[in-house]
Design a protein around this ligand. Structure first.
Ligand code: NAP
Length: 295
């Protein structure tokens, strides 16, 4: 299949490479030049002209940061290309309403639209192990299924447009609250000098345990959040989206509100580009990373 991928960020490049490895004919575009050079070095066909990039693809995959980026790439006055006859496959994390709006606008100019946000990060993108939450018209889903199966180990058609986006936000709300909850508990354990491994041993035996706790424990103990797959700034974006959507749905969003406040304080302290688990530092600001021995 001829695929154009727009947005060569952390997720875009490995997804493009994976699609190419599966035998698809892939062209990539990015707003800034450096990722295009890196993509070319990695063996991808790059196109710096957005119109030409869109012309080349039958399916236009969006791996852009947010709805604002989609607006400026597809619909702004500067957006030069026609989407007539194209299938737009939106794979970033945006709100259900934002996705429905993008879908309606793509349809109004003669294109088809499917949302397919993903759970998993760079390693899963590289190896086709993502969890994909597609939603939209069945025929468009079927059209994209082969390529979605190349990217994901689990590909589900959730339902109508917006329901995939909602499922993704529900998942990311769990990333935020599980990490924040564990950070608070671990903070107390360390503040009281309880042996961390003893706490972990009991926690692992309990119904409260989640694998993400062990996955992030080393980062918390070493205060090292470098080389992020999913930076704190993206979790802030997604927690903000969840809060807004929850409020619109009549869900009390004050827990998300509080998390957001703490996460933003972490960003203000310089952790925005670090791994999202650096929210631990905002929750436990009393620790001195230099002297802490991670007991
Ligand atoms: P990223 O590394 O921050 O890349 C963002 C991409 O969007 C870049 O290509 C950037 O282009 C482009 N962009 C931003 N604003 C733009 C604008 N106004 N006009 C044109 N292009 C613009 O993000 P990512 O981690 O790849 O994530 C992409 C999407 O997938 C996000 O919605 C994210 O929440 C979601 N997601 C991420 C992960 C993850 O683990 N990273 C996992 C699941 C889902 P420039 O290079 O020019 O800035």
């Amino acid at each position: 299949m001829k695929i154009t991928l727009l947005g060569l960020g952390l997720m875009g490049q490995p997804m493009a490479l994976r699609l190419q490895q599966c035998g698809h004919d892939v062209v990539v575009w990015n707003r800034s030049n450096k990722p295009l050079e890196e993509a070319s070095d990695a063996g991808l066909s790059v196109e710096s002209d957005l119109s030409k990039a869109i012309e080349a693809g039958e399916v236009i995959v969006l791996t852009l940061s947010d709805a604002e980026a989609i607006e400026s790439v597809l619909f702004s006055d500067q957006a030069p290309s026609s989407l007539q006859g194209k299938t737009v496959l939106q794979m970033g994390t945006i709100a259900p309403n934002e996705s429905r709006d993008v879908g309606a606008r793509v349809n109004s100019i003669g294109g088809e639209y499917l949302e397919a946000p993903v759970l998993g990060s760079l390693p899963e993108a590289r190896t086709g192990q993502l969890i994909i939450m597609a939603a939209g018209p069945e025929a468009v889903y079927q059209h994209c299924l082969l390529m979605l199966r190349c990217l994901g180990k689990e590909v589900e058609h959730i339902g109508t447009l917006g329901q995939g986006a909602a499922t993704k936000l529900a998942m990311n709300q769990l990333i935020a609250s599980l990490t924040a909850g564990f950070s608070q508990s671990l903070g107390l354990i360390r503040a009281e000098g309880v042996e961390v491994e003893l706490f972990m041993k009991l926690l692992r035996e309990s119904a409260l345990y989640a694998p993400t706790f062990d996955k992030k424990l080393k980062k918390f103990l070493e205060h090292d959040y470098s080389n992020p797959n999913f930076p704190l700034k993206h979790l802030i974006k997604d927690t903000g989206l969840f809060r807004r959507v929850a409020e619109e749905s009549g869900i009390d969003a004050s827990i998300s509100e509080a998390m957001l406040r703490v996460f933003v304080s972490g960003q203000n302290a310089g952790y925005g580009e670090e791994d999202y688990s650096s929210l631990y530092e905002a929750i436990n600001p009393g620790f001195d990373a230099e002297t802490d021995i991670g007991c």
